[in-house]
Design a protein around this ligand. Structure first.
Ligand SMILES: C[S@@+](CC[C@H](N)C(=O)[O-])C[C@H]1O[C@@H](n2cnc3c(N)ncnc32)[C@H](O)[C@@H]1O
Length: 162
């Protein structure tokens, strides 16, 4: 079952620890997490300084590293508690509380980003919503901008529902 914003609020304080444990023990859902984030981090840092939009930013594990690396960070999340932790790591980032099931928020209307990243976030949309969401995000890319998605995936629907 997918969590709502209150569920993520309750998870926020333990999130970084849980991610680490799941990554270290190579278990679902964060097996490979650090490798995925490291790949995205290297890609963005090779083009820095960049304007980065992190959708479903959570506690800002990736974004905080990019922030420390000199990039400009905007982050969206519907969990107030996740955003509080992210804010503690990135006091000068633009963080917006927003539910992305309704698309992108008015607070970033007209803005352009060099990278839009979604790590472990887009699976919170139904498959049929994901395509539309990605298409709508294209309007927020700078001329050579890119969307990077790192997330869980399944070989087929049967594997997903197991
Ligand atoms: C599994 S966490 C991933 C956090 C971070 N991107 C990472 O890689 O560690 C998913 C995040 O997406 C947020 N999220 C889930 N559904 C959302 C929605 N509909 N709108 C906004 N944020 C959402 C959650 O609050 C949570 O912070």
């Amino acid at each position: 079952m997918l969590l709502d914003n209150k569920g993520f609020d309750l998870w926020a304080n333990n999130y970084d620890l849980d991610v680490n444990l799941s990554n270290q023990t190579n278990t679902y859902p964060f097996a490979g997490y650090k490798d995925i984030l490291a790949t995205i981090y290297s890609e963005i840092m090779s083009k820095k300084p960049c304007r980065v939009l992190d959708i479903g930013i959570g506690t800002g594990i990736l974004a905080a590293k990019l922030y420390e690396g000199g990039n400009d960070i905007t982050g969206l999340d519907f969990s107030e508690e996740m955003l509080k932790i992210a804010f503690g790591k990135m006091p000068n980032a633009k963080l917006v509380q927003h539910n992305f099931t309704g698309g992108l928020p008015a607070e970033i209307a007209g803005e352009k980003f060099d990278f839009i990243v979604l790590t472990y976030a887009i699976h919170h949309l139904r498959y049929e919503e994901q395509r539309e969401f990605i298409l709508s995000a294209l309007d927020y890319l700078s001329e050579d901008g890119r969307i990077i998605i790192g997330d869980i995936a399944f070989e087929n629907t049967a594997m997903h529902v197991r």
